[in-house]
Design a protein around this ligand. Structure first.
Ligand SMILES: [Zn+2]
Length: 377
């Protein structure tokens, strides 16, 4: 009896270990990328470059080869960063950054400022305006470089007569901010290529103390791509596998646009480009963008068929092509698709609670198996 119990216990333990191993590597990547030392992987404290150094080191360690002298494809764009203490006091009352006020580019929010019933303009042109709820945070990017910022404040904290306003918004404009895509490949038995892409940047910081960890968006997609790279290094794949990790996505697909305009590979030889963005969840299935184009619908049907056999995803929902992630700039060059995990569990979206801890990865192994089958890996 004792033996049977021990046997069962051992069986359970090894099954548990096996199960944990499925996402162990991915979780390690997510934990690193979403840690405070990466400063939200934006331009603040060059968090994006800290992440790039980590990822290129990891590619080298795995045995992924660089496409050029090294793994970096350098480029630049204009943007803002927010480094240093941030504070806002209205009539002597100190407000909490992010939870009680948020900083936005005026260009995108002019209408909201116009419509606000309570507002006040500071001497330097910055508008303060009251809102019933605060919008999703996005980094203030180069497109708004000529414009001042505005500060949205929760209306419950916006006094009728805002007599004294003390605002310290540590905004720095970066002209020609240098960043990089991180790119590598694993040689297959044939020269035709399968390309996996994901953006590694995120929203950075909103002053010191407010960091956007971006575990779901998109440390999880990067982790999946790195995991595929790890597997491709273990056994020579049939197709040559290319791995592209972009920066500048949150600033408007800057990295992927640059990569598409300055090709490092021959895109006529790419059988499929698969972009992964937000991969922590999946309780509701997988969303498949660009499922209906002439050169991509075959892959949608394949994934559907694979799932029919394994039934791991509740649904694989087809969507038209949209400029909502990094597959978009490549659509004109090769068959390009974008996969997104629908539903939870994940920590948050563009907020400080999008942490590694909140990253469920409950369907990670199953969905990776589908993707691997699609890539003949
Ligand atoms: Zn995002």
């Amino acid at each position: 009896m004792k033996k049977i119990v021990l046997f069962l216990l051992f069986g359970l333990l090894s099954f548990g270990t096996l199960f944990a191993q499925d996402s162990t590597y991915a979780r390690r990547i997510i934990r690193q990328l979403s840690s405070n030392k990466m400063f939200g992987r934006g331009s603040s404290y060059q968090g994006d470059s800290i992440a790039a150094a980590y990822l290129s080191g990891e590619m080298k360690r795995l045995g992924v080869l660089p496409l050029q002298v090294n793994y970096y494809q350098r480029y630049c764009y204009n943007c803002y960063s927010m480094e240093g203490p941030i504070s806002l006091k209205i009539n002597g009352r100190e407000l909490e950054p992010y939870n009680q006020f948020r900083v936005y580019p005026t260009a995108r929010y002019q209408q909201k400022i116009d419509q606000a019933t309570q507002k006040k303009q500071l001497k330097n042109g910055t508008w303060l305006y009251a809102v019933t709820s605060l919008d999703t945070y996005g980094p203030i990017v180069g497109d708004y470089s000529d414009n001042p910022v505005c500060i949205a404040v929760l209306d419950t904290l916006f006094p009728k007569r805002p007599r004294k306003i003390e605002a310290n918004i540590p905004l720095q404009y970066r002209n020609n901010y240098w960043t990089q895509n991180v790119v590598g490949y694993v040689k297959g038995t044939v020269d035709s290529m399968i390309v996996f892409t994901a953006h590694y940047d995120h929203c950075g910081t909103m002053g010191d103390g407010v960091i956007f960890p971006g575990a779901h968006d998109n440390a999880s997609g990067v982790a999946a791509v790195m995991d595929l790279a790890r597997m491709a290094c273990q056994q020579q794949p049939y197709y040559t596998m290319v791995f592209m990790l972009f920066s500048g996505e949150e600033a408007g697909l800057k990295g992927s646009q640059y990569a598409a305009a300055h090709p490092l590979i021959d895109y006529s030889r790419v059988k499929l480009l698969c972009n992964i963005d937000m991969f922590c969840g999946g309780d509701e299935g997988i969303m498949f963008f660009n499922a209906k184009s002439d050169n991509t619908k075959i892959f949608y049907n394949q994934l559907l068929q694979l799932n029919e056999t394994s039934k791991v995803a509740l649904e694989i929902r087809p969507r038209d092509n949209r400029p909502n992630s990094d597959h978009w700039p490549f659509s004109a060059l090769c068959p390009s698709i974008y996969l997104l995990s629908m539903g939870g569990p994940y920590g948050g979206y563009h907020n400080p609670s999008d942490t590694c801890k909140g990253c469920g990865l409950a369907h990670y192994h199953d969905y990776m198996t589908l993707i691997k089958q699609l890539a003949h890996l």
